[in-house]
Design a protein around this ligand. Structure first.
Ligand code: CP
Ligand code: NVA
Length: 305
């Protein structure tokens, strides 16, 4: 692994070794064992969009590993005033040991990796959210003891999170059924990639408009906001279109009795999920969020250690 940009670039073995490392780092942290595996290393974190979890988990993770994180808001650095990705990548490669970037265009992340000489981590684009999905699958693995043979139901917008879930589930052998309204489906290229991986891993990839079909017998139920960052102007229309996709007790009752509920957060209670579900006994959203820290550390150690 040179970069973490797109889950499609990872093998199931690479994902499993990230799980093993994240589990070890999690256990050791809780036991009070420190490990300065990135002593003397610096991570630059470019943000063109808001963040709570991604920023704090990378920043604290770097600190815990003995390294130094630098928060670079794109409105403060010259990138926001028109300096190119090319020049930014060349310059930063001489100062720091890795770049985490959250931005709009996937191509900008690819260009950072192409023109720079240091590892690049995709902290979310309009197309993908790979670090999130690695933490999510790690959470499922912790809760259920396996991934292969489980069914994940994703109900809602076919967005960046849904795209990366399609890839992650198909690579690791989990069945995935995505229910989204017409016109809001996952990315067509990613669907094809996922189907290709599913043929190898033996999992099923199903796309539907019917949320009930997705939920039937699901082991894991997942949803995300209906209005992603950058889509604020579409709010009114989206709220109407997505209402039948709300994860509420009626819909959740179609999943298996021991199904867990996940959400990448931030959540909007009363829209994509009701309070009784996200704050209910089947919800593991806060442990999922905690796992962002352990997984980011595993990713950084793997790429920068
Ligand atoms: N899930 C997630 O990426 O959260 P933030 O936007 O707070 O980083
Ligand atoms: N789909 C959401 C995820 C936020 C973590 C967004 O892109 O805004």
């Amino acid at each position: 692994m040179k970069h973490l940009i797109d889950l499609n670039d990872l093998t199931v073995e690479e994902i499993e070794s990230l799980f093993t490392l994240a589990a070890k780092l999690k256990k050791e942290l809780k036991a009070g064992i420190t490990h300065h595996l990135l002593k003397g290393k610096t991570l630059g974190m470019i943000f063109s969009k808001s963040s709570t979890r991604t920023r704090v988990s990378f920043e604290v993770g770097m600190y815990q590993l003995g390294g130094y994180p630098i928060f670079l808001s794109s409105s403060d650095i010259q990138l926001g005033r028109g300096e190119t990705i090319h020049d930014t990548a060349k310059v930063l490669s001489h100062y720091i040991d890795g770049i985490m970037i959250r931005t709009f265009k996937q191509d900008d992340v690819l260009d950072l990796a192409r023109f720079g000489t240091i590892p690049v981590i995709n902290g979310l684009t309009d197309l993908m959210h790979p670090c999130q999905i690695l933490s999510d699958l790690f959470t499922v693995y912790e809760k259920k003891g396996k991934l292969k043979g489980l069914k994940l139901a994703y109900v809602g917008d076919g967005n960046n999170v849904a795209n990366s879930l399609l890839q992650g589930c198909a690579i690791t052998g989990m069945d995935i059924c995505v229910a989204s309204p017409a016109g809001y489906e996952c990315n067509a290229t990613i669907i094809e990639q996922a189907k290709h991986h599913a043929r190898k891993s033996g999992s099923k990839v199903v796309l539907t408009e019917d949320p009930e079909e997705a939920m039937k017998d699901a082991d894991v139920v997942y949803t995300d906001t209906w209005i992603s960052m950058g889509q604020e102007a579409e709010k009114e229309l989206r709220l109407k279109i997505f209402m039948p996709y709300q994860v509420n007790s009626k819909l959740f009752s179609l999943a298996k009795e021991d199904a867990i509920f996940l959400h990448c957060l931030p959540a909007y209670r009363g829209y994509e999920v009701t309070e009784d579900i996200i704050d209910g006994p089947n919800s593991d959203v806060f442990e999922e969020a905690e796992n962002r820290l352990h997984m980011q550390k595993a990713i950084m150690v793997t790429l920068m250690g």
